[in-house]
Write a protein of this length. Structure first.
Length: 155
């Protein structure tokens, strides 16, 4: 009677060991992906910082010279998009480090209007009419603004 019981216990222990090995293998894969993401993020951050610096310098020069408003708006868009890229990289680093959400209070309507301003000049939206109905008294929410922006832009 003891031998069948021991055989059953051995099979259960073997199954537990196999499951644990599979989980360990998955954890090692995720750790490798995290290290890769962190390395890529650091490499991308350097040129983005340079882009943001020089775009800011050119924008300041254009503002001082009172150049065409379109030029300063375009430079502002470059700066905003580079900042968004830096935020995406930061999110990638947070993922690699098992980071948390960056919760902040912001106006959702303002975020959506900013996104519409970014996508309106794109050829894919030529001839598309965007209509906003904003009746809410308060459209402020607490969320991760960068991740919401990423969701809306990728729809």
């Amino acid at each position: 009677m003891c031998l069948p019981y021991l055989i059953d216990e051995l099979q259960v222990a073997y199954e537990n060991l196999r499951t644990t090995q599979e989980q360990l293998h998955s954890a090692e894969k995720l750790a490798s992906i995290g290290q890769l993401a962190a390395g890529i993020a650091h490499e991308i951050n350097n040129p983005l910082g340079t882009i943001m610096l020089y775009a800011s310098l050119v924008k300041k020069q254009a503002e001082k010279a009172q150049q065409e408003v379109q030029l300063t708006d375009d430079l502002g868009t470059i700066i905003n998009e580079a900042t968004r890229c830096k935020n995406i990289v930061a999110n990638l680093l947070n993922f690699a480090r098992q980071g948390k959400l960056n919760l902040q209070k912001f106006d959702l309507f303002d975020l959506i209007m900013m996104i519409i301003k970014k996508i309106k000049p794109l050829p894919a939206y030529a001839g598309v009419a965007i209509e906003m109905n904003h009746n809410a008294v308060d459209s402020s929410i607490e969320a991760d603004k960068d991740q919401l922006e990423q969701v809306f832009l990728n729809c």
